[in-house]
Design a protein around this ligand. Structure first.
Ligand code: F6P
Length: 338
């Protein structure tokens, strides 16, 4: 068998470990031939591939980014006419045939799962692996990349405590997460955040300000506010900037903001992410070998299993009010916005 691997959407630590996992299992255990498709789904149109061997993926385990390159290009554009869609379908099928691919492993987040599902519906043999630092892919307990991002964000929060305390300030830190607040929730708890704001839960600036003033009255030297970038703000203002400005206005306490940004996505994966990526990659090769297509590899408890792409399609895994992190967080005195 000959299989192609592509990586699509925002990159994250652990993609290369996944590529390595798929390749090593596919080549060493199942005797397959593997090629890497460059630049995400765009690579299906341009047929830009490179052969991947056990040797060529050696040494990838601890590296950041993706050796195959990525893009947010979708195989089927939303606004395309029926005619355009048919033409793109024809092109993809023709190219996949020409490349001699029996199956394609797509590594990506929610957008990728959606596109991959469409590819499987036009008859291609597709297996996917979920990846995103946001951890918001439905159907898996965790995505690789998330643990690394939480570790980086936690270290950043740890570092903000001392400078906030020296200056008796409020520190607002904005972390990634447009729709889902998993990074803010986990790093906020791990880093000892006092207030955590998530896109999924409403917040009230007056309530937050009262919590902050109360803390200072009790003798606390500083307050740490962890904000997910996707929280609602007035006129779509940037989350960290908006919250910091509003807090300073309401409390009169000097407030600073830090936007963590892309460092959360770059660099070497944590041990946990390397292991998760390797297991998921190897499992993807197993699904291909079994001809078990139209599936996404997933983590359930401590077991790697798989779920139908039709079930994952168009869903998001979001934080809910009854999530144990939120429930226990409230019990230890963390304010989640109200
Ligand atoms: O990969 C998910 C994510 O990291 C979001 O949390 C973030 O907002 C987004 O990607 C930004 O990515 P880009 O600027 O590459 O589109």
């Amino acid at each position: 068998m000959k299989i192609g691997i592509l990586t699509s959407g925002g990159d994250c630590p652990g993609i290369n470990a996944t590529i390595r996992g798929v390749c090593k299992a596919a080549i060493n255990h199942y005797g397959m031939e593997v090629v890497g498709i460059h630049g995400g789904f765009q690579g299906l149109f341009e047929s830009e591939t490179e052969p991947l061997t056990s040797m060529s993926v050696s040494g990838l385990l601890n590296t950041g980014g993706t050796i195959l390159g990525t893009s947010r290009e979708k195989p089927f554009k939303k606004k395309a006419s029926e005619e355009e869609k048919n033409e793109r379908t024809r092109l993809i099928i023709e190219n996949v045939k020409r490349m001699g691919l029996d199956a394609i492993v797509c590594i990506g987040g929610n957008g990728t799962q959606k596109s991959a599902y469409k590819l499987s519906k036009i008859g291609l043999n597709i297996v996917t692996v979920p990846k995103t630092i946001d951890n918001d892919v439905w159907g898996t307990d965790q995505t690789f990349g998330f643990d690394t991002a939480v570790t980086i964000a936690t270290e950043a929060i740890d570092r903000l405590h001392s400078t906030a305390s020296s200056h008796r300030r409020v520190m607002v830190i904005e972390v990634m997460g447009h729709k889902a607040g998993w990074i803010a929730l986990h790093s906020g708890i791990a880093g000892g955040g006092d207030i955590i704001l998530l896109p999924e839960l409403d917040y009230d600036i007056k309530a937050i300000s009262n919590v902050i003033m109360d803390r200072f009255k009790k003798g606390h030297t500083h307050t740490i506010v962890v904000v997910a970038e996707g929280i609602k703000t007035l006129n779509g203002r940037k989350a960290g900037e908006y919250v910091a400005e509003q807090i300073e206005f309401e409390t009169g306490i000097e407030t600073r903001q830090t936007v963590l940004g892309y460092v959360q996505r770059g660099g070497s994966p944590s041990a946990l992410d390397r292991i998760l990526a390797t297991r998921m990659g190897s499992h993807a090769a197993e699904l291909v070998a079994r001809g078990d297509y139209g599936k996404m590899v997933c983590l359930k408890g401590n077991e790697i299993t798989s779920i139908k792409l039709s079930e994952v399609n168009d869903k998001l895994k979001l934080v809910t009010e009854d999530n144990d992190f939120v429930v226990q967080g409230k019990r230890i005195g963390i304010c989640f916005g109200k």
